[in-house]
Unconditional design. Structure first.
Length: 90
């Protein structure tokens, strides 16, 4: 009968199916929205399934201009996003 692969192989294969996201913002505590789904507040670290596509990443914080970036879900992402303060209304 066929034997399964070495014990370390399934874990390595599973790891290849996920990516790690690290998102830091300046200033911190900005809301992070990936492909329409709110992930939380920066700084943020998480893992998600690897996908061969590009999706919008929205970073927003009150008093600052919202940033929208296109990011690939096919590789790990280590991103620092600087937000620009909005002009005060008089």
């Amino acid at each position: 009968p066929a034997t399964p692969g070495a014990p370390g192989k399934p874990a390595a294969h599973a790891a290849a199916r996920t990516i790690r996201l690290k998102i830091v913002t300046d200033p911190d505590d900005a809301t992070v929205v990936l492909d329409g789904h709110r992930l939380g507040h920066a700084p943020l670290r998480l893992e998600r399934p690897r996908e061969p596509r590009t999706v919008p990443l929205k970073i927003r914080r009150r008093g600052y201009h919202t940033r929208i970036l296109q990011v690939s879900l096919d590789a790990d992402l280590d991103l620092t996003v600087e937000l620009t303060r909005r002009a005060r209304r008089r």
